[in-house]
Design a protein around this ligand. Structure first.
Ligand code: HPA
Length: 253
């Protein structure tokens, strides 16, 4: 088992982490968003990749998702924990809440979204009924419970194109479609991992209410405040999850 964390907005670098190394990787799709970082959490080595680049400069629709996932596969990654900052669309999911979504509706467009499209690789139609790995989801939730963190189990992640935020009418449409969280980066990341047989789950941090759900406009200042108070919980939870996953997969001697 080799675990990677793909960090999103608010997790372009890992607070207080002494990296063991950073490795530039070339793939046939080009370069990933950043060098692959190697770190150690709870005695377990893991790989870290900030999907927006180390300086948070790559917009969601411009991320080279194929290069990112191919690079992780090239270094032997078998499990990906994705971190996504999202908007909340239901009452239980206000700013500061964490969630491990169970489903995705993809509203993004024009992104290179497959390794199996007949050009990048032989045409295939992967099963994606359950877009996230059940064991990885369960471990994230078990770790949250062990640490005493409230974390929503389930929900539907709406992946919009960005980089702009939604209109109020678009948010009402997402709610009517049964979505609970809105972000810009779950897709095609999740399906690319599935195509390569990599286990993948997402830990979402809600950083704002969906557009139009409150009277106040959504500001990056406010999002930044929620991110900085929430990311330490996210990192702690990821550390516990990585430690537990490595333990459950360790051969019994
Ligand atoms: N919409 C889309 N993506 C987001 C949001 C949002 O409100 N908040 C954080 N990422």
């Amino acid at each position: 088992m080799k675990i990677a964390v793909v960090g999103g907005t608010g997790l372009c670098d890992w607070p207080d982490m002494q990296w063991l190394g950073k490795q530039g990787v070339q793939t046939r799709f080009g370069e990933p968003s950043a060098e692959l970082h190697t770190g150690m959490l709870n005695g377990v080595e893991f790989v870290f990749l900030p999907r927006h680049g180390g300086a948070h400069s790559i917009a969601p629709h411009r991320i080279n998702y194929r290069a990112n996932i191919a690079a992780l596969q090239q270094v032997g990654v078998t499990h990906i924990l994705a971190v996504n900052a999202v908007g909340g669309l239901t009452e239980a999911l206000g700013p500061g809440a964490m969630a491990v979504p169970a489903q995705i509706v993809d509203y993004s467009w024009g992104r290179e979204c497959s390794f199996a499209d007949g050009e990048a690789g032989p045409l295939d139609h992967v099963d994606f009924s359950e877009p996230y790995s059940a064991p990885l989801r369960q471990q994230l939730l078990a770790s949250a419970a062990a640490l005493g963190y409230w974390c929503f189990d389930g929900g539907v992640y709406a992946c919009t194109q960005g980089p702009r935020l939604e209109t109020a009418a678009e948010i009402r449409r997402l709610q009517a479609d049964g979505c609970h969280l809105v972000g810009m980066t779950a897709m095609p990341e999740a399906v690319l991992a599935r195509e390569l047989g990599i286990d993948y789950a997402s830990l979402c941090l809600v950083v704002n209410w969906g557009a139009g759900m409150t009277r106040e406009p959504i500001t990056m200042d406010e999002i930044g405040r929620v991110l900085s108070s929430g990311m330490s919980r996210v990192c702690h939870l990821l550390g516990h999850t990585i430690g537990s996953l490595a333990q459950t997969s360790a051969p019994v001697t």
